[in-house]
Structure formats: structure tokens, C-alpha cells
Design a protein around this ligand. Structure first.
Ligand SMILES: C[S@@+](CC[C@H](N)C(=O)[O-])C[C@H]1O[C@@H](n2cnc3c(N)ncnc32)[C@H](O)[C@@H]1O
Length: 300
């Protein structure tokens, strides 16, 4: 089924590698086959990007189905609001002011480790994240999984893609057989290239993710569907796919809202102040001492 919606600018490069429309349809098929998505479901797309998954869903969800998407990247949310919501009012998009050094460097007030999803508890049948946990650090993923438990109805499903490290993928990584080789161990995760920001591609131990799901009341449904990123011959998609069902409601202590707000302002204010100082230095042609010292060290 092809959509009559326009394509966003940079469709095939901004959301991730590959063809925007083909990948959207590929994943809709996985949502239905592996995740049990139904046309009447209330769906949450975490990290909705520029609507790559929303687009095929406009043709799939029926009049009782609903779609909510949020993302930290303002431009994608803006495009979806301008182009999808006017034609499909049941599709709504929000911007999350959450910091991510790759996707939202300048307007991220909140840390993903304490962000509260702007939706009521027990309100979704299906939550999905395609290529989102692959750009987040462990404390952020943990908080998001807790939030997913909160917003899902009991019996609802979470469909998420990951790079999951197993002894086998570590071995193929060390042999350089993957298109990504996660051989650099960081604090609770693995990266492929130490020269890039870590959020460019993050890999987690599979057993750690399964333990986190257990703690957060999510039980895997079916096997992990392995991706081709590690150089495997037998694979389903590029990233690994993990589907889980909410089996119980779990209550977690949350950082109180005023504390979150103060931290958000100080974090944002701190970054804004540093940016101002850098700008002033540039405009006035000044050279702060630290820079002079660094230049001296480099010359030595
Ligand atoms: C590779 S893109 C995938 C976009 C979309 N899910 C898709 O499949 O087309 C990664 C997305 O994750 C979003 N993202 C990164 N950190 C996030 C966070 N903490 N909360 C929500 N979205 C986030 C980025 O802004 C970006 O749109």
C-alpha cells in the first residue's frame, strides 16, 4: 500500500541508512508478525524521527486506533506536524526537550535518565522504538524501559531494536566481520568507533537488557530476532529485534518534578553560558588561557 503523503526532505539519509518507504513497510510487517500489532491499537512511537514508521501506520490503523510519537529532534517533529497531522488528526507528534549529543545537542534540557513520558499510565497497547536505544546510554535506556512499563497496558507489547552483544557477536567483532564491530568497552556498553560520539551507535550486553526487562515487568515474546550488523548470515533485519509483553505494573521512585526542573535549567543554563562565552571569545578575538595551554601542549 503506498501512501500519498509527501516525502520529508532528506528522507533516505536523515532517519538512518536505506530507503525511507521500504524500511517503513518492512517494519510495519514486523510489528504485525512479531509484535501482534492490530489496527485498533493505541500506539506510541518513541523517537519517531521524520515519520518513517508513522507513514505506513496511517494506512494501517483504523478509526479506533491512535498514534502518538515523540522525538528530541525538532525538525522531524515539525515536519510530521505540518504534513501528517492535518491529514490524519489521530496522529500526534511532540518534541521532547531531552539532551542527546548527536540528535539534540543544543535544546536538550532534560536528561533521558529522568525524563517522564508526557502520557498517562496504562494508555498504550503497543510501544515501539526503531533504532533509538542504539543511540542512548544505559541510564537513559533504563529510565525509558521503566516509562514504557508505566504507559503500556498490562498485556501490551514493546517492540524495540538494539545492537545486542553476545559471545558470538564479540568474537565476530574482534575478527572485524561486522559492518559495526563493538569491541570498545565503555561504562556498561560497547562502541564501534572511539573517534565518534558514543551515541552514534551503542551496543548493550544482551543478558543485561533481558535482566532490565525482567526488573521492569516486561517478558520477552519469542526469540531475539538477530540482525545482520555483526556479519551473521542468518538474520531478520539490520538491527536485533526484541519484543516483550508487559506482565505486571512496576512502580518506581521518580525524581520529584521540581528537582527535575531545577536540574534541567542548570544543565541547559550551563550549556548556554558556555556557548555564550565561546561566542564572545570568538567575536572579541580573545584566547582563553586553557586554549593557549592546549596549543602549547600540542606543539610540544
Ligand atoms: C536513527 S533515528 C531513527 C528514527 C525513527 N525511529 C526511524 O526509525 O525512522 C534515531 C532517532 O532517535 C531519536 N532519539 C535520540 N535520543 C532520544 C531520546 N532520548 N528520546 C527520544 N528520541 C531520541 C533521534 O532524535 C532520532 O530521531
Amino acid at each position: 500500500m503506498s501512501s500519498t503523503l509527501p516525502l520529508p526532505p532528506g528522507a533516505n539519509t536523515v532517519a538512518g541508512k536505506g530507503d525511507y518507504e521500504t524500511i517503513g513497510h518492512e517494519f510495519l510487517d514486523y510489528f504485525v508478525r512479531f509484535g501482534g500489532l492490530k489496527a485498533h491499537h493505541r500506539v506510541l512511537d518513541v523517537g519517531c524521527g521524520i515519520g518513517r514508521m508513522a507513514r505506513p501506520l496511517t494506512e494501517f490503523l483504523d478509526a479506533s486506533g491512535r498514534y502518538e510519537g515523540f522525538d528530541v529532534m525538532g525538525a522531524g517533529v515539525h515536519w510530521c506536524r505540518q504534513n501528517i497531522t492535518p491529514r490524519y488528526p489521530r496522529f500526534r507528534f511532540r518534541r521532547a526537550r531531552v539532551y542527546n549529543p548527536v540528535y539534540n545537542r543544543w535544546h536538550g534540557w532534560y536528561s533521558g535518565a529522568e525524563y517522564v513520558f508526557p502520557y498517562r499510565s496504562n494508555s498504550f497497547d503497543f510501544v515501539f522504538l526503531t533504532s533509538v536505544f542504539t543511540h542512548m546510554r544505559p541510564a537513559e535506556v533504563e529510565n525509558y524501559v521503566r516509562e514504557i512499563n508505566r504507559v503500556l497496558k498490562v498485556g501490551g507489547r514493546c517492540f524495540a531494536t538494539y545492537f545486542l552483544q553476545t559471545p558470538e557477536t564479540l568474537l565476530s567483532g574482534r575478527g572485524g566481520r561486522g559492518s559495526l564491530n563493538f569491541v570498545h568497552r565503555c561504562d556498561g556498553y560497547w562502541i564501534d568507533s572511539p573517534d565518534d560520539p558514543h551515541e552514534a551507535a551503542i551496543c548493550f550486553d544482551e543478558s543485561g537488557v533481558l535482566r532490565l526487562y525482567e526488573r521492569c515487568g516486561l517478558a520477552p515474546v519469542g526469540p531475539v530476532r538477530r540482525g545482520s550488523w555483526s556479519g551473521r548470515d542468518e538474520h531478520v533485519s539490520y538491527q536485533d529485534i526484541l519484543v516483550a509483553e508487559k506482565v505486571r505494573q512496576v512502580r518506581f521512585a521518580r525524581t520529584p518534578a521540581p528537582v527535575r526542573a531545577i536540574r534541567a535549567w542548570s544543565r541547559y543554563g550551563g550549556r548556554a553560558a558556555r556557548a555564550l562565552v565561546r561566542r564572545a571569545v570568538r567575536v572579541c578575538g580573545l584566547r582563553p588561557q586553557a586554549t593557549a595551554r592546549t596549543a602549547k601542549n600540542q606543539a610540544a
